[in-house]
Design a protein around this ligand. Structure first.
Ligand code: ADP
Ligand code: MG
Length: 450
């Protein structure tokens, strides 16, 4: 029986699973881990016409490459699918039945709140090892210490190191799927050995951001910090597999094989965050044309999110990055969700968040439009903090009564008009990103820089 596969369409992204040298000069040679884009089908279903990232085209064998798909969060993806939360010793033992040496799970300790217990099935018996927190690190034997549970599990998977057995098979929490497996399946897992990590270039909420090199290309690498942020980290990577636009920072892939358990690898944005860029260059260097181009870039990225029903929730100049060739791209999809979900509002950046989002957790593309208005204000004030000279606690009450910031010095009136439209208290009255992009494009075409 043969499996009939629907042919891949032009534009499909692939990643190479093997090296291919090419037999004729019509072929496109590539190495394992390289990204390719399908250009066209051929008469032979086993061959495609494709191009590499340098734009070179040629024929490639279909079975050497894997299609990359957006990862859909149907089941709950987890970096720690073996973590079962607060269950009792007895429940753990039932979960590890029938006995199978090396089958394991981690639970929260019932006797010692805050500590964990590693439960391992071993020759017909379940052993419970207490994991204690000591000086911010996790340990079982007070000899080997770990930053997080993933590292601990990785260690005892490779080596029993004093336990009754090494960890061989995770007992998965019901309804979860190992995120690691899912990233492999969808073609987004990269090989650690192809990545070289260089210096630290930023500090994120979930962990450090480092400069790296992946197959000769500079990349940015986000590395997870601890267990508490693991899920948010996964969510960010997950969203990024579904997005592709020139004004969104592009995901290259994730690395899930290392101790660190997950790295997010994205394109490197040489000029750093837009807010730092604006502040360090200032009015004397950046002309109106440049400010307009940044605004237009961001509006295009946001129009794409709008069209695909993604809500960013944390749009601000600090979360826009600037590339070597001065293109602004939206990044930081840690809070991004497919439209209509609600969330915890306690950690929100108040000055950027719309009143209805703060008040009723009503996040929508329209609340992103509000934030875009604040971002425009940041751009035209060269990176000032919004609502200057107003105490943070007074911002929301004032804004609720209709207060709006003044135009930044030298801001073109047509741009200030857009800001005010974005800050309409009635979300439905705000423009769409499409309309904003059209207006900004019009300004550019007519050289309305002042
Ligand atoms: P967080 O999720 O905590 O907000 P960010 O993604 O904003 O973390 O990253 C923190 C900082 O790291 C950014 O402000 C920027 O300076 C740097 N950074 C992040 N991603 C990149 C990248 N792709 N290229 C260059 N620098 C980056
Ligand atoms: Mg950020």
């Amino acid at each position: 029986m043969s499996v009939v596969q629907t042919p891949w369409q032009a534009g499909t992204e692939c990643v190479a699973n093997y090296d291919f040298d090419g037999k004729t000069d019509q072929d496109l040679p590539f190495t394992k881990g390289e990204f390719l884009t399908i250009v066209a089908v051929t008469k032979d279903p086993n061959w495609y016409k494709a191009k590499n990232k340098l734009g070179r085209g040629g024929f490639i064998p279909a079975n050497y490459v894997q299609k990359r798909e957006g990862v859909k969060a149907g089941a709950k993806l987890s970096l720690m699918p073996w973590f079962h939360g607060k269950i009792t010793r007895e429940q753990a033992e039932r979960l590890l039945y029938p006995p199978e040496t090396g089958l394991f799970l981690v639970r929260e300790s019932t006797n010692y709140p805050g500590d964990y217990t590693l439960c391992v099935s071993c020759e017909g018996k379940v052993e419970h090892y207490r994991i204690i927190y000591k000086n911010g690190k996790l340990t079982i034997d007070e000899e080997a210490y770990f930053d997080n549970l993933m590292q601990l599990v990785e260690h005892y998977t490779n080596d029993a190191d004093g336990l009754c057995t090494s960890l061989m098979k995770p007992k998965l929490m019901e309804g979860t799927v190992a995120a690691q497996d899912e990233f492999f399946r969808s073609g987004w897992a990269l090989k650690k050995s192809d990545l070289q990590i260089l210096q630290t270039i930023g500090n994120g909420e979930f962990g450090d951001v480092k400069l790296g090199e992946y197959k000769g290309t500079k990349v940015a690498v986000k590395c997870i910090k601890n267990d508490a942020t693991a899920q948010a980290f996964i969510a960010e990577a997950l969203v990024m597999t579904q997005l592709r636009h020139k004004n969104l920072v592009q995901l290259l892939g994730v690395i899930v094989e290392d101790k660190c358990s997950l790295y997010i690898v994205t394109e490197f944005m040489a000029k750093g965050s837009l807010v730092d860029y604006l502040r360090s260059r200032g009015r004397s260097v950046l002309g109106g044309e440049c400010l307009l181009q940044f605004s237009l870039d961001v509006s295009e990225g946001m129009e794409y999110l709008e069209a695909n029903n993604f809500v960013h929730r944390d749009l601000a100049a600090r979360n826009v990055l600037v590339s070597e060739d001065n293109i602004a791209k939206v990044s930081d999809f840690g809070l991004t969700k497919e439209a209509s979900a609600t969330q915890d509002t306690s950690k929100l950046p108040v000055k950027w968040t719309s009143p209805e989002a703060l008040r009723e957790k009503l996040f929508s593309t329209k609340s992103d439009v509000w934030s875009f208005g604040i971002l425009l204000w940041e751009i035209y004030s060269f990176g000032r903090v919004p609502y200057p000279r107003i105490a943070l606690r007074d911002v929301v009450p004032k804004v609720e009564k209709g207060y709006k910031m003044d135009a930044p010095d030298g801001c073109p009136p047509i741009v200030y008009d857009l800001m005010k439209k974005c800050w309409h208290l009635d979300a439905n009255q705000r423009p769409t990103f499409r309309q904003l992009r059209e207006q900004l494009e019009h300004n550019k075409a007519n050289e309305l820089y002042h």
